[in-house]
Design a protein around this ligand. Structure first.
Ligand SMILES: [Zn+2]
Length: 1158
């Protein structure tokens, strides 16, 4: 069949090219028309593959040569060409080869007065121009002049012809040389005027396609620098901006508004950021002149032009997307290697970091005794507030979840069926109230040992810093507003030192694992570059998660468009812009805090990073974040304080120097807000807040020079609106739930005190001192030996290691909340935790980048380096925390104790859920399509076990989001280096979303700190199950495990959920409803979608069909009636016109055609 069909088609096509017989040609054309109109795109593709385009083009050139022109053949031929051409990607080139472009142009010229014929020619012209090279040739040969003649001046006559001409012109203008030609001939101004005419006269919106076609012409012309300049000079911004104002409410005008918005964004004059330098306000002198000074700036404008000019050349090349280009395919590089990046002798120093291995029984005993007194004292201080691990089972309703905030009694939660003893059954104790005697004693201790915080070698003892005696310090700590606020609550004026006392008395102390006293003590020891003197209230006071989870924010229709148009309004109506700098880190004198009707900003506190705030309009502010210290980039994280707000007014904030190309803020994520008034009224919490949130590319640029040659010089705006809960409140806004270094240190203080020293072995040591002079703590957590018996001591020493690290990237505060959950679980009284401690020795570095966290960085350390790209060869001077973490791992490996599991906790800004990245040679090679015989490479698939378990036990975790590929660009990350150099099979990066979950129990919800902490505790549970499943266990452990967990049931119960998940591939985020970027190439506006052209042709045909039926025309039997009717109609103008349009019978067809309903 197929062959017969093929040969039949080929006979038809060759006959079409060779035959001189008119009837034969007409018949073939009608057969082809029938063939194509019945079928789908596939049938047209088939005709193309058999040389259909070439045959039709050949027939066209032949027919066009015969005088007089025979339109009865030409018209069906042109229609076929338009239909075939739009689906033939090489049509333009084929047309050029067949020398058909000149033919079409001259046909069009000859038919300028005959609109029906002309329309047919224009359809084909448009199809030819979809190839940029052919379009350029057509432009050189005068096609644009011809088209411009057709579309100007404004007239509603011959609508279809005008439409076809505008669409052909838009296609031609994709060629940048055509665009240049159009600008130099003054067409841009003409197009703008024409657009205005159509806009004004098309009151009932009948000609949207014409208006949009004109906009597409403008859009293409403004892809070149010259076009944008001319557009600006021609008042294009004003014209288009004004024109859309009356369209905004009309949804079917979206194609117009969207194209206008794209043009406006593109043409908005580019500017450098309104800062003296993009370089961070903070610099830090590095040891040993490690880095050169940044190159000078100042030639931004010049640079912008040069760089963009380069792109003005036409290019047919499509961007080749080699997705797996980054995968490591060198098997030798993938194989684990026992290399050492330092002299072996150096490893000896890490022995001291493993006190658990050198402990003898005596030491342990005395230690227990020593601790006993502390323990007793501590326990007497303990009240009994309980803390529960947040658990999915307390979920009541998918969209509004109330949780049991305080589970006080032991025993299984009725909802928790999977565990014999539920996870949340353990209760934790903590210090509720500050004890005056404690304070006095600790002050005395501290006074004796004033430098303890700075001495890295000193064995850690909890030190509470004396409360500062200088009242001014308090004053700075709590601003006058806050002071007034507090005094109003307390009902009396307070002397400064009383403020904190008063505040602390008010503090109910019911925030688990948080103590304001401990926080103040720790914060005083912090060494920051700006020399922080103030505390952010939320970090001091504490955060208690709300009893509900917030669903992801639904994106409001057109939210981005509205914000972009608002931005453009600044240019069009500059008189409305206030433009007042109200906060400036670089030039404090320039800021005008406390001005009337103006918010006051502040962020000079731990993890704060606001650099500049500019009041744009009464309730709108542009904000600029500080770059990472010693760097000029990495803006994403933000944390600042704002005061002096009015009630019930939505304030708009624009963070204008974000750098990631997209953000979860476009997919339902909200920022977080903390209100001091709310906190003082008993609701101390960070809440997801903000509405009308969107994230898009803006008009600010950064020169390559200023970025030291780093590519990607664009900035993005995060725009959001927020209504504050109280008038004249002090509020804090942040990218994500803050978790400062002092928070972590004071948390460790509390953990140490709250653990049961008889059961929990806990050592807090210092891994090293950071560049900034802060201590990087190292924890060792395991179970105390069961007894003094030799066997038990051996078991104690021989437990496998688990090595956990977090927060190498300071902006990823979610990682710290997960780590908080892990730590609290590990020291808890939960029997599962107890068993887990007996199975493993945990080595934990809870914050690998303290300096970055303290100074408000997003990604880097004080050296300006991404520390998670330094693991291959960390520098002991510049990257001490990495150098020593790696050293400790080397040491463990050297004594044959490389960890069973290594995990580095991170946050992921582009994706939802929590997932792991691991390393697999086979999966990498397979994914890269490598020809290497993977059967000879043996690999233990044990790396998949832990993520599989987590998928079952942790509600936020999704196995299908995990990846085990090794990328070249990740070769210096912790995960890859520990896997390769330490030979750790289960070496992972754990990525937690900033946003929420797309799967499982938390589907549709944004994650709160409770869910993040739960992830940390469930990770521990996962480790226990991993141990039970993969390692030989003592009978005792197995018995205990059997009592606690029904492993099989546990796994099967949850498998169903997991299976239903796994059938769904987790794709990346679906494209955002609105274009984040507006580059010429990235804008999808459906131009290439020819379905409209098809529709036009079809409309024409059906109109003709209707017309002929009305005329009751009957035809012969050989062709299908439809085809013949077409022939009949096509014949009419040709036979009756003979070069004179609008004549007799033809007039009927023609004028009817022109006035046919749209
Ligand atoms: Zn990270």
């Amino acid at each position: 069949m197929a062959e017969q069909e093929a040969s039949g088609l080929q006979v038809l096509l060759s006959t079409l090219q060779s035959s001189g017989d008119k009837d034969v040609i007409l018949n073939i054309l009608s057969v082809l028309t029938d063939l194509l109109s019945l079928g789908t795109g596939r049938r047209i593709q088939y005709v193309i593959s058999k040389g259909g385009s070439e045959a039709l083009l050949q027939a066209l050139t032949t027919t066009a040569r015969t005088e007089p022109l025979d339109h009865s053949i030409l018209l069906p031929l042109l229609r076929l060409l338009a239909r075939v051409g739009q689906r033939d990607r090489k049509f333009g080139l084929k047309a050029q080869k067949a020398e058909a472009t000149d033919t079409i142009l001259s046909l069009a010229r000859r038919n300028l007065g005959h609109h029906l014929h002309l329309t047919h020619c224009l359809w084909v012209l448009r199809v030819c121009a979809s190839n940029v090279t052919t379009g350029t040739t057509l432009g050189i040969n005068g096609a644009m002049e011809l088209l411009f003649k057709v579309i100007t001046p404004y007239s509603k006559r011959h609508i279809r012809t005008v439409r076809a001409a505008i669409e052909a012109l838009a296609a031609l203008l994709k060629s940048k040389s055509n665009s240049r030609r159009a600008v130099s001939r003054g067409y841009l101004g003409g197009l703008l005027r024409l657009y205005q005419d159509w806009h004004r006269n098309d009151v009932s919106n009948n000609y949207i396609y014409i208006r949009r076609g004109l906009l597409l012409c403008l859009k293409h012309i403004t892809n070149i620098q010259l076009g944008r300049e001319t557009f600006l000079c021609s008042k294009g911004m004003e014209i288009l901006f004004t024109s859309v104002q009356d369209c905004l409410s009309c949804k079917n005008l979206d194609p117009i508004i969207n194209t206008v918005t794209q043009i406006l964004r593109k043409c908005y004059p580019k500017e450098p950021l309104p800062v003296v330098t993009v370089r961070s306000s903070y610099s830090f002198p590095l040891p040993g002149n490690a880095k050169v000074e940044p190159p000078c700036e100042g030639s931004e404008g010049k640079w912008l032009k040069e760089e963009e000019a380069e792109k003005d050349l036409d290019s047919e090349e499509e961007e080749s997307k080699e997705e797996d280009y980054d995968l490591e395919t060198d098997v030798n590089k993938l194989r684990s290697k026992a290399v050492l990046d330092r002299p072996e002798e150096e490893l000896g120093q890490y022995e001291a970091m493993c006190p658990e291995l050198s402990h003898n029984f005596q030491e342990l005993e005395t230690e227990s005794e020593e601790k006993k007194s502390l323990e007793d004292r501590t326990e007497s201080l303990l009240s009994a507030p309980s803390h529960s691990i947040p658990n999915a089972t307390s979920v009541k309703h998918p969209n509004y979840r109330l949780r049991n905030q305080s589970v006080t009694e032991m025993g299984p939660d009725p909802g928790e069926k999977d565990f014999k003893v539920p996870l949340q059954s353990w209760t934790k104790k903590e210090i509720r109230r500050w004890d005056q005697t404690d304070e006095k004693r600790d002050i005395a201790e501290t006074a004796q040992d004033a430098d303890s915080c700075e001495d890295p070698d000193r064995n850690h003892v909890l030190i509470l810093r004396p409360l500062p005696k200088d009242p001014a310090w308090y004053k700075k700590t709590f601003y006058p507003e806050c002071e007034a606020l507090i005094s109003s609550i307390a009902g009396g004026s307070l002397d400064c030192s009383d403020i904190v006392t008063n505040l602390l008395e008010k503090h109910q102390g019911d925030i688990p694992f948080h103590s304001p006293h401990f926080y103040i003590a720790r914060a005083k020891c912090v060494k920051s570059i700006p020399g922080y003197k103030d505390l952010a209230f939320p970090d001091f006071w504490g955060h208690q998660p709300p009893p509900y989870s917030k669903p992801m924010l639904e994106r409001k229709y057109g939210v981005q468009r509205d914000k972009v148009l608002d931005d453009v309004r600044r240019l069009i109506q500059p008189g409305d812009v206030i433009g007042r700098t109200v906060f400036d880190l670089d030039e404090p004198s320039h800021s005008s805090p406390g001005a009337p009707d103006c918010l006051t900003f502040f962020s000079k506190f731990e993890s704060g990073n606001l650099r500049k705030a500019i009041q744009v309009r009464e309730f709108e502010y542009d904000l600029i974040m500080n770059a990472d210290v010693n760097s000029n980039q990495q803006h994403q994280w933000f944390y600042f304080e704002v005061r002096g707000m009015k009630l019930a007014v939505p304030y708009r904030f624009n963070i204008i120097n974000c750098e990631k190309f997209n953000s979860q803020f476009n997919y339902g994520m909200q920022l977080v807000m903390y209100s001091v008034k709310e906190a003082l009224q008993g609701r101390p919490r960070w809440l997801r807040a903000g509405h009308d949130i969107c994230y898009y590319k803006n008009h600010y640029r950064c020169s390559a020079a200023a970025r030291q040659g780093v590519k990607g010089h664009f900035y993005y705006t995060l725009a959001f609106s927020i209504k504050f809960p109280h008038k004249d409140d002090v509020c804090y806004l942040a990218y994500h739930y803050p978790y400062t270094y002092s928070t972590m240190m004071s948390h460790l203080d509390i953990l140490e005190r709250s653990r049961n020293p008889k059961k929990v072995y806990w050592r807090q040591q210092t891994l090293c001192q950071t560049l900034g002079g802060n201590l990087c703590p190292l924890l060792t957590i395991t179970a105390m030996p069961e007894s003094k018996k030799r066997d038990d001591l051996e078991q104690f020493c021989n437990r496998p290691y688990v090595f956990l690290v977090a927060r190498v990237h300071p902006g990823e505060s979610n990682a710290s909340w997960v780590m908080k959950g892990t730590l609290e679980f590990l020291v808890s009284n939960d029997p599962i935790a107890d068993l887990l401690r007996k199975c493993f020795i945990f080595k934990i570095v809870p914050m690998l980048n303290p300096d970055g966290v303290i100074n408000g960085n997003h990604r880097c350390s004080l050296s300006g380096d991404d520390l998670n790209r330094q693991w291959l060869a960390p520098n002991s001077q510049l990257h001490p925390t990495i150098y020593h973490a790696k050293g400790l791992l080397y040491y463990l490996r050297s004594i044959g104790r490389a960890p069973l599991v290594f995990c580095d906790y991170h946050g992921h800004s582009q994706r939802k859920n929590v997932f792991l990245y691991g390393c697999s040679i086979k999966e990498t090679l397979w994914q890269a399509g490598c020809t290497v015989d993977t059967s000879v490479i043996t690999e233990d698939v044990g790396y998949r076990t832990l993520p599989k378990i987590l998928d079952k036990v942790a509600p936020a975790f999704v196995m299908n989001s995990c990846s085990f590929l090794v990328e070249k660009s990740r070769e210096s990350t912790a995960r890859v280096v520990v896997w390769k150099e330490m030979g750790v099979l289960r070496s992972y990066t754990m990525e937690s979303t900033y946003c929420g979950c797309s799967h499982g129990l938390y589907k549709g919800l944004q994650l709160g700190t409770q869910e993040l902490e739960e992830m940390g505790s469930k990770f521990c549970l996962g480790l226990l199950i991993l141990h039970l499943k993969s390692l030989p266990c003592s009978k005792k452990v197995m018995t205990q495990a059997a009592l606690l967990l029904d492993l099989d049931e546990e796994i099967t119960d949850r498998t169903q959920r997991s299976c239903s998940n796994s059938s769904q591939e987790i794709d990346d985020e679906p494209p955002c409803a609105e274009e984040i970027d507006y580059n010429a190439d990235s804008c999808s506006d459906g131009e290439e979608d020819f379905s409209e052209l098809d529709q036009e042709i079809q409309e024409y045909l059906s109109w003709v069909e209707g017309k002929t039926e009305d005329d009751e025309v009957t035809m012969g039997q050989t062709c299908s009636s439809k085809a013949l009717r077409q022939l009949y109609v096509s014949n009419q103008p040709a036979t009756n016109n003979a070069g004179l349009p609008l004549h007799s019978a033809a007039l009927g067809v023609y004028s009817g055609f022109e006035s046919s309903p749209v």
